[in-house]
Design a protein around this ligand. Structure first.
Ligand SMILES: [Zn+2]
Length: 266
């Protein structure tokens, strides 16, 4: 019964998101799948965490449009998410909601679920609000090399604080909505894990994420095979399979691992 309600609720949300151009068609279908599992197996507490991520990140990707004009195509790609982005951002959280079915009285599925969402939320907030930083970002790997705004692997003070805030929002909700008894230190664990995931995302962007070059615009891009301007892009560095969706997936995974390690230590 709850699964059926979850399915109906997921359809409503996916349709709304499709209508408002937050998701394209493949993204909406992927969202119905992930939403059904998270709402249907998890329940309303799980739904609130997922929707907090989805609504705030969709809103932030639309905000500050003027400041993002002319920046990296990460922004000019538009805000319609496809299935790859939905699974990249929500795949791990979905898996932990499913695990809750098998371990209904254990805390760790909730912790993993919240940590995965805190990480991708932190990453999105950091990316979208980082453009407000007055100075250009620096590469996370040495903190010295100044790079153009929007460059993968670049971090700034405002961006990092925004990532912390995005993570803390999910952490606070995870503590208050904890459906399992013994919430204890959930809030702080999820917050730290989320920030760690977002920093790991930047680290991958600076090192092994697949990067391409557009000969027309003479700039680095994540876009492949075709740049937003229509020119085919050339691979210049990184692992070819590690595209932006897999980096987001890794961001969530790193958050989960961090949360489970801290939980084990506490
Ligand atoms: Zn181009």
């Amino acid at each position: 019964m709850q699964l059926l309600l979850g399915f109906l609720f997921a359809i409503i949300i996916a349709l709304l998101a499709y209508r408002t151009h937050s998701l394209n068609k493949s993204g909406a279908i992927a969202a119905i799948f992930t939403g059904t599992i998270i709402f249907g197996i998890g329940g309303w507490q799980w739904a609130i965490l997922l929707l907090t991520f989805f609504i705030t990140s969709s809103a932030l990707s639309r905000a500050f449009k003027k400041r993002k004009l002319g920046l990296d195509e990460k922004f000019s790609k538009g805000h319609e998410r496809d299935a790859g982005q939905v699974f990249g951002n929500g795949g791990i959280a979905t898996a932990f909601a499913a695990l809750h079915f098998f371990f209904p009285n254990e805390l760790w599925p909730w912790l993993g679920f919240a940590a995965a969402l805190a990480a991708v939320n932190a990453d999105t907030w950091g990316t979208e609000l980082g453009v407000l930083n007055p100075n250009s970002p620096r590469m996370i790997t040495d903190l010295k090399k100044v790079v153009e705004k929007g460059t993968s692997g670049g971090i700034s003070l405002i961006g990092t604080l925004a990532a912390l805030a995005g993570s803390a929002l999910i952490g606070i909700l995870a503590a208050f909505l904890n459906p399992i008894t013994d919430s204890g230190s959930t809030g702080i664990i999820v917050t730290l894990a989320g920030l760690a995931g977002a920093l790991f995302d930047s680290f991958l962007g600076a090192t092994v994420q697949a990067m391409y070059y557009c000969p027309t615009d003479k700039k680095e891009t994540e876009k492949h095979p075709i740049h937003t301007c229509g020119t085919p892009t050339v691979h210049i560095r990184g692992w070819k399979w590690l595209d932006n969706d897999w980096v987001n997936f890794s961001c969530g995974a790193f958050g989960v691992i961090t949360s489970l390690i801290i939980k084990g230590l506490l």
